[in-house]
Design a protein around this ligand. Structure first.
Ligand SMILES: [Zn+2]
Ligand SMILES: [Zn+2]
Length: 311
């Protein structure tokens, strides 16, 4: 048994506060899909969404989470399958009466997208929303030192102006802190447009635990990912195609399951979850067995599955 396989009963008995990943959608895009990429990371009262595919607010209700419980959303890129659920989520959170801040992290263009959407929808969120854009220019010529950005403290210090949506440009070397225990490190990967991947470290001094997760989707397999995801408990990696469609993976800048396994192996991850699998694969076992031939602890998950991580 790995450190990640726990059931609810065990957790209740041990009075544990585990890190829980709830998969809300795991597939690549197709018309009418309700399986678009999004993962909910829960740790105590912190709820972080990784990407926001369409229909995310009703999916949260399905897994017993209210939209008001979401503290932060990390967006990888501005392709519709990863971001089209965000505007309705922000709107629903407001309609549900939430007054607590929301922290959004994403690539350049996210702020403009939200401002345009809300202007044309005649809507404004009823709470402060910090949009932290990882700016490619912010890095050039500036120190390579990691800069810690405290999301909670950053937000109220900015003048609100006439919109509750506040934009912050952060450098690629930023380490984002959310609360006392949660650290988020964005890093850039390679796709047809700018894409960010995220490493999330939960360091609880109180509980003496350190749980790490890497969320890497819509990208070619990269050495950069090996470096950034070194030693993580769980690596969630793009696995759009099986190895017979390696040419397509290169053309559309995605990964095959065997390449995802190679990244997991090289980065000494404890577990690999194959993600963003093309809907052409009715039987996903082909992808699983290919990956497992290289990296044994590879798994395929379905929508609404939960993964408990003890750390
Ligand atoms: Zn995608
Ligand atoms: Zn994409």
């Amino acid at each position: 048994m790995g450190p990640w396989i726990l059931n609810e009963k065990y957790i209740r008995r041990e009075k544990m506060n585990p890190v829980v990943l709830t998969f809300l959608g795991v597939s690549g895009p197709y018309p009418g899909s309700d399986d678009l990429p999004s993962v909910l990371l829960t740790y105590g009262r912190t709820n972080i969404l990784l990407d926001a595919g369409e229909g995310i607010q009703s999916k949260l209700l399905k897994v017993g989470k209210s939209v008001t419980s979401i503290n932060a959303v990390l967006i990888t890129h501005m392709h519709g399958d990863h971001v089209l659920g965000l505007v309705p989520l922000i709107q629903s959170r407001s309609l549900a009466g939430s007054t607590t801040p929301l922290y959004l992290v994403g690539p350049e263009g996210l702020y403009e997208y939200l401002i345009c959407s809300f202007k044309n929808l005649y809507f404004e969120p009823g709470y402060k929303t910090g949009v932290f854009e990882v700016s490619p220019q912010a890095e050039e010529g500036i120190s390579k030192e990691v800069e810690i950005v405290d999301l909670v403290n950053a937000l109220p210090t900015q003048p609100a102006g006439d919109t509750p949506l506040l934009k912050f440009s952060i450098s690629k070397n930023s380490l984002l802190r959310l609360g006392n225990d949660v650290y988020v490190k964005p890093f850039e990967v390679k796709h047809s447009i700018t894409v960010l991947a995220y490493r999330i470290d939960i360091k609880s001094r109180l509980e003496g635990r350190n749980v790490s997760i890497c969320y890497v989707t819509d990208t070619l397999p990269l050495e950069e990912t090996v470096k950034e995801c070194y030693g993580v408990n769980v690596l969630i990696h793009d696995s759009t195609f099986a190895s017979d469609l390696n040419d397509k993976a290169l053309e559309y800048k995605h990964s095959t399951s065997i390449k995802a396994a190679e990244i997991a192996l090289k980065s000494h991850a404890e577990m690999l979850v194959l993600y963003h699998i093309s809907p052409r694969y009715k039987d996903k076992l082909k992808l699983l067995s290919e990956a497992r031939s290289l990296f044994e602890h590879t798994y395929i998950v379905e929508k609404y599955w939960k993964l408990y991580i003890k750390g």
